[in-house]
Design a protein around this ligand. Sequence first.
Ligand code: ZN
Length: 103
Amino acid sequence: MSARICAREGCDRLLARRRPGQVGRPPIYCSPGCRPSWVRPPVLVEVARCEDNDGFITGEWIVRLRHGHRVVVVGCGLGRFSADMLANELRAFLDGRSIGMAS
Ligand SMILES: [Zn+2]
């Protein structure tokens, strides 16, 4: 039996072999991203209170980007105003908008 490749047009990755005892239909796509029904999750900009090492809320704020289950912190130890400004700049950047700053 020859190796099978992904059913998505333009993708030539091999399909994972079925494990012994695996149930359900055999896969026809190499990954969830190749399924036609897959929708790319949006990148979210989050502003939240910082926590210290013991989990207590501090007076500082954190700004992070979330994409699915992946998170990256882009600012921490900020004041609320600075955190909101950074978040607005990030949202404008992600949306391809100008935020009215001198260029
Ligand atoms: Zn694929």
